[in-house]
Design a protein around this ligand. Structure first.
Ligand code: ZN
Length: 133
């Protein structure tokens, strides 16, 4: 009996690092490109923190209703899309670009924000970030 740990498969997004959730969702250069573009768009200065703490940070930093919702959408949509991309690569060898993902997430957030009940109290800055009329 060998007691060695199984080698971890490499990350499917960059093929360089070992795959784990923190790497896949936050540290990977693929994920970094997506986050950086989206955070720039949202005008959020995200500290480099482990992903388990990210939500806590976001809800303290953005405690006005609609901003918090936007951050929740951003966090949820990005993690969801990164995971989908990883699974598509795993099962179908289908490779999407970070640019395409950024576009998809932007559209998703714009659509969701546009249907919020708080739509009318949305600050102008938030509207213009996401191009909401
Ligand atoms: Zn990676």
């Amino acid at each position: 009996m060998h007691n060695q740990p199984l080698p971890q498969p490499p990350c499917l997004l960059c093929h360089t690092h070992e795959e784990n959730h923190n790497h896949l969702f936050f540290q990977c250069r693929y994920s970094q490109m997506v986050w950086q573009a989206l955070l720039l768009k949202a005008q959020v200065h995200w500290p480099t923190i482990p992903w388990m703490e990210a939500w806590d940070w976001a809800s303290t930093e953005y405690n006005s209703g609609v901003q918090t919702k936007m951050m929740g959408l951003l966090l949820g949509a990005t993690i969801y899309c990164l995971w989908q991309e990883r699974n598509r690569r795993f099962h179908d060898q289908h490779f999407g670009t970070p640019q395409k993902m950024i576009e998809d997430i932007t559209n998703l957030i714009r659509d969701k924000l546009g249907t919020l009940r708080e739509r009318d109290e949305m600050p102008e800055s938030l509207r213009s970030c996401w191009n909401i009329q």
